[in-house]
Design a protein around this ligand. Structure first.
Ligand code: PLP
Length: 398
């Protein structure tokens, strides 16, 4: 038996991280244990939609923690009933199952589609997903993902996820067989570098899936809860999927996610699905606080306008430094760097007290709080401008 030498060694070494320890967050800012302040344009990877430790969530958690943490999933509790009702009132879905993570919600969506196939399509079980897609890190959701780096891992994969190409309807058609039960996608492929499906493609795909009797599953774990300016991304294309998953922003910083389905698709029977913490009142109380705020029309309007402002500021920055396109929607945007310098920029930004993300070597992704201010955007742009100027000068010298 070996004892860990220092606390870092007590955690499994699953990714490279700076040794900095973060101790406090407030709105757009984080502080480390040396008192250094960071402007945060990652926000827990598009999680803290109201910023760090917002008063609405603190109040909801405090009130609920004093009342009841969990009665057991064998019993109903008030916050989960209220949140499920509010989500169904605000969406095209009729039923909700709460989960603890996005991957677990997607795992549930996959099970639901397979159950539907067993009941209504002679056991059809294949779900067409897309190259570049990311759906989580359980075995089935890694198999559903179209991430190249996942391909050699944890073989054998869960079978039944043929991959189509983004915005290519013919590639979907070619994969449809008697075994197909559903098509599943992220409306904007976030981890792949913010690559959007077009609204027209989504409409055509909805028409195709309806014609073929297939379920359409939207993974809105990153795009949902106001991230793209509408409460749910599917509203942009004016279509209604059969199943949707939510995560990240739905809890505003606490572990909460959800699987939503129309009455027709919600075919689980007793024993098919469950989990100890699913729909626990503490997390659902936080989710209600988030939805009460993010769901307000004026909040969504303001997030849309802020997204357009960030987009135009990034476009100006790109023009100044000879970089590439700005893509995405609302407050989920990427800047094409044209060169594989993303990791170096992120490291420089970290030193300068600015938290950025580079999902691919040649791109930066911006996913600030949905209530980020124009002043905070200007501060981020100034910081990034300085780093890009330095990087450009270094390249010219080299
Ligand atoms: N689906 C999408 C689109 C995501 O962006 C993520 C996380 O980044 C997941 C699923 C997995 O969610 P979680 O990390 O909460 O399991």
């Amino acid at each position: 038996m070996t004892n860990a030498i220092n606390p870092y060694d007590a955690l499994m070494n699953i990714t490279a991280r700076p040794s900095t320890v973060f101790v406090k967050g407030d709105g757009a800012y984080l502080w480390d244990d040396n008192g250094k302040r960071y402007l945060d344009f990652m926000q827990g990877w598009a999680v803290n939609c109201l910023g760090h430790s917002p008063p609405e969530i603190l109040e909801a958690l405090t009130v609920q923690a004093k009342l009841l943490l969990t009665p057991s999933p064998a019993f109903y509790n008030g916050p989960s009933l209220k949140l499920a009702k509010a989500l169904t009132d605000r969406s095209c879905f009729d039923r909700v199952f709460f989960t603890n993570s996005g991957a677990e919600a997607n795992e549930g969506a996959i099970k639901l589609a397979r159950k539907y196939g067993a009941l209504h399509r002679h056991g059809a079980y294949e779900i067409i997903t897309f190259d570049g897609g990311f759906h989580g890190r359980t075995l089935a959701t890694m198999s559903a993902s179209g991430k190249k780096a996942f391909e050699p891992l944890f073989e054998p994969k869960v079978s039944g996820f043929p991959k189509a190409k983004i915005n290519d309807l013919e590639s979907v058609k070619r994969l449809i067989t008697a075994k197909t039960i559903a098509v599943m996608l992220e409306p904007i492929q976030g981890e792949a570098g913010v690559w959007p499906f077009t609204d027209q493609f989504l409409r055509d795909l909805r028409a195709l899936t309806m014609e073929q009797g297939l379920l359409l599953i939207f993974d809105e774990i990153q795009t949902g809860m106001g991230r793209t300016g509408k409460l749910f991304h599917y509203e942009h294309a004016e279509i209604e999927p059969d199943i949707m998953t939510l995560g990240k922003g739905i809890g505003g910083g606490v572990p909460l996610a959800a699987l939503l389905a129309t009455e027709k698709a919600a075919c689980f029977e007793h024993g098919d699905q469950g989990g100890t913490f699913n729909g626990n009142p503490l997390m659902c109380a936080a989710g209600l606080a988030v939805l009460n705020e993010v769901g307000k029309p004026e909040f969504l309007k303001s997030a849309t306008e802020t997204g357009l402002f960030l987009e135009s500021e990034l476009q100006k920055l790109s023009a100044r430094h000879g970089l590439g396109e700005v893509r995405g929607r609302g407050l989920l945007l990427a800047l094409d760097l044209k060169l594989p310098i993303g990791a170096a920029i992120v490291a420089e930004a970290f030193e300068a007290g600015l938290l950025l993300n580079s999902p691919q070597a040649d791109a930066l992704r911006f996913m600030p709080a949905l209530n980020v201010t124009r002043e905070e955007i200007a501060e981020m742009i100034d910081g990034l401008d300085a780093i890009l100027t330095k990087a450009g000068a270094a390249r010219r010298v080299a």
